[in-house]
Design a protein around this ligand. Structure first.
Ligand SMILES: *Cc1c(COP(=O)(O)O)cnc(C)c1O
Length: 220
């Protein structure tokens, strides 16, 4: 079996060469290791190999494994990449360092309140439903200006946009569109690219890529 360290090294090499091809600095892209469904025993070796930023998609699952991991490895940063229910906003603000799934006005209100209460401002990405898919999370492209205005009015630190493009279609046009939407709205961050397409995302301006399977192996 391949070790966590060798899988990480391979992904690192691929990120570096994609950045180089695009004329971007390697440190323009943050690798988020998405550890959902994987236990602490699978995560610790990756931290030992030097990985510092992790992502989870469920608050409850993260609450089960991360408090202990964070105590052991205080240098680690944890990002929420999955949908967030408003009634979990306080728990999310207590546990995570960054939210990638701000997608509706009610969540703006809930997160602003939770951050005020905790005295802790977390950077947020607005998730955009970039392929206009009915079943997908994220705000509609047409709703982005109003949602961004609401988030800014509530003093949420919005640092960028996030997307999950439609499955099984060439993702590049969707990454390019997210890049343009971010630029048009004066945002620096672009959270895009997963195991199957992170090199394309790096070449099209991703600042944060979210990689699970390629680092941890397949999920059940
Ligand atoms: C699971 C997940 C990922 C990682 O997907 P892989 O294909 O396993 O790399 C990225 N982003 C989000 C939002 C996810 O839920």
């Amino acid at each position: 079996m391949e070790s966590a360290a060798s899988r990480l090294a391979e992904i690192e090499t691929r990120i570096a060469s994609a950045c180089k091809r695009a004329g971007r600095a390697r440190d323009a892209v943050t690798l988020i290791a998405v550890s959902k469904t994987h236990p602490a025993e699978a995560i610790a070796p990756l931290i030992a190999a030097g990985q510092r930023v992790f992502g989870e998609n469920r608050v409850q699952e993260a609450q089960g494994k991360w408090p202990a991991l964070r105590e052991e490895f205080p240098q680690v940063e944890l990002h929420l990449v999955g949908q967030l229910q408003s009634n979990k906003a306080e728990e999310a603000v207590a546990l995570f360092d960054c939210i990638h799934s701000l997608d509706r006005p009610s969540l703006v209100t809930a997160l602003a309140r939770a951050m005020d209460k905790a005295g802790r401002q977390l950077p947020c990405f607005i998730q955009v439903n970039i392929g206009a898919e009915e079943q997908k999370g994220g705000c509609a492209i047409g709703d982005l200006p109003a949602l961004l205005a609401a988030a800014r009015a509530a003093e949420l630190p919005v640092i960028g946009l996030m997307c999950v493009p439609p499955f099984d279609i060439e993702p590049a046009p969707f990454f390019a569109l997210l890049d343009k939407l971010a630029a048009d709205n004066g945002l620096e961050g672009r959270s895009m690219g997963m195991s199957g397409d992170f090199e394309t995302a790096c070449m099209l301006g991703a600042t944060h890529i979210r990689v699970g399977t390629a680092l941890f192996g397949a999920r059940d």
